[in-house]
Design a protein around this ligand. Structure first.
Ligand code: SAH
Length: 463
């Protein structure tokens, strides 16, 4: 069974650093059911490819009394597809061969870990159950993969036997390597009906550890979890519950008390963002963490904004955004002004370069505080739009929300909420570090004691 991962990222040698595997060496790892060999069939300036060959030992499988295909008939234990397909064994092999990379560690080059790289995976044989092609697409496409597949016939000599459930698959995506590995780790066994493992608590832990950053927002998360856990409903329910506990509910809902004659606090906030963006004369605007696209819909009304790019980490939000925009019925000229991207603000991303302005409306408080430095570099150092408009709640105002219990945050997905002083200190230091100037505006009804409910920073590059 062969799996390859290629990149054209420059320099291509970075792949070796990330995988902790030297391109000139052939490495072998013994597993209980066979052997994994890792080598580089290609390591040129233009492209590097690493190959993982999994050599399953069918005898070892039987001895290990593994749960394998065809075990209902005597020879089925020896004659089955296991040695030839990407199955749950492949996940074991990936986890063993690339564990450091999958866990997002790279001592020598930590800067590479969260870098989005152009990656292509080729899986020589992937078994998929009923609904094969559609299912493969449903699992990978929401994560941003371009999927190409070729389905194999059962036997070329006997075309009448029809098609098999086996596919050769190519997957392309621009994402950090550790994410790609965790996608493969979860989705390959989810596609395969014959898993070698016995589902236990341990398997739920592994699934949640590898999937926590992307499964909550996957539109097929129920199916993935249930398939991964061999349709054991008690385990599936438990896994879903645990996943939902951390799930980010991504709507901006403000306590009612913040609503005034000028509309809800969020409406006031969005109106102020549009006003400020208009004043900068920006023609191209990024809406980062666009959610369901409330700001995009407002920006569209102004011809000044010729190019509007929305980005969000949650595919489900982008789907909602398309729906709210009535994407399918939209006039081509309007459509041409908009682009929606799936991506995370903590990963450097070339698609974000060259814009006049960026808006981040109620987004930063959803990022873990320890990821803020990564976010800061991605936006202020690499994307570097001329203007950045950023809003976040003012924590001091929370005492004015009667429904809000003392010392709680406004939203269960908020990782922090800053006071005015906290926000201003952070933003001022940030501006200084990346050659921006910054000014501040209150959002919503101003309260003499605790300030306004929300706050805005406006950054301008280099003046
Ligand atoms: N800006 C929108 C939505 C704010 S809610 C509005 O004002 O209505 C916060 C949004 O940030 C969510 O849609 C969430 O999916 C997105 N988000 C959270 N973490 C993110 C990350 N790391 N990268 C990109 N988007 C993220």
């Amino acid at each position: 069974m062969l799996l390859t991962i290629s990149t054209t990222h420059q320099p291509t040698t970075d792949l070796g650093f990330l995988l902790h595997k030297h391109p000139d060496k052939l490495q072998s790892i013994e597993l209980s059911m066979g052997k994994v060999q890792i080598f580089y069939p290609e390591a040129s300036k233009a492209k590097t490819t690493v190959a993982l060959v999994l050599d399953i030992d069918p005898i070892a499988l039987v001895r290990g009394n593994r749960n394998l295909a065809g075990k209902s008939f005597a020879l089925g234990q020896y004659v089955n597809d296991r040695p030839y397909v990407a199955s749950s064994f492949m996940s074991v092999a990936i986890a063993k061969a690339f564990s450091t990379a999958m866990n997002g560690h790279c001592k020598k080059r930590p800067d590479l870990v969260s870098l989005a790289l152009p990656l292509e995976v080729n899986i020589s044989v992937l078994p998929a159950p009923k609904g094969g092609e559609i299912l493969i697409r449903k699992l990978f496409e929401p994560l941003g993969y371009e999927v190409n597949l070729e389905r194999h016939v059962l036997d070329e000599e006997f075309p009448a036997w029809g098609e098999s459930r086996y596919f050769t698959v190519s997957l392309k995506n621009t994402i950090p390597l550790h994410l790609l590995l965790s996608h493969l780790y979860v989705l390959i066994p989810a596609l395969d009906n014959d898993k070698h493992y016995y589902v236990s608590q341990n398997e739920i832990d592994k699934l949640l550890a590898k999937g926590k950053s992307w499964l909550p927002n996957h539109p097929e998360k129920e199916q993935i979890i249930s398939r991964y856990l061999i349709h054991l409903s008690a385990f599936t329910k438990q896994a879903l519950m645990r996943l939902n506990e951390d799930e980010t509910k991504e709507e901006v809902e403000e306590p009612v008390a913040a609503t005034s004659k000028k509309g809800t606090l969020h409406q006031q906030r969005l109106a102020l963002v549009v006003e400020q963006l208009k004043a900068t004369g920006a023609k191209s605007v990024l809406d980062l963490g666009c959610g369901e696209g409330k700001l995009i819909r407002r920006l569209l009304k102004h011809k000044q904004f010729e190019k509007i790019v929305g980005m969000d980490v949650a595919y489900s939000e982008l789907l909602k955004c398309k729906e709210r925009l009535h994407w399918e019925e939209m006039a081509p000229r309007q459509k041409a002004r908009i682009e929606l991207l799936q991506g995370a603000l903590t990963y450097q991303d070339k698609r974000l370069s060259g814009f006049d302005a960026a808006a981040l409306v109620e987004v930063i408080e959803h990022l873990d505080e320890n990821r803020l430095p990564a976010f800061e570099r991605v936006i202020f150092e690499f994307a570097q739009p001329k203007t950045i408009i950023l809003t976040t709640p003012n924590a001091e105002y929370n005492v004015r929300f009667e429904q809000l219990k003392a010392n709680t945050m406004r939203h269960r997905d908020h990782r922090f909420e800053w006071t005015r002083k906290g926000f201003e200190t952070w933003a001022t230091n940030l501006a200084k570090k990346y050659n921006y100037t910054v000014s501040f505006l209150p959002i919503g009804e101003f309260d003499a004691e605790v300030g306004a409910p929300s706050q805005m920073a406006i950054f301008n590059y280099g003046n």
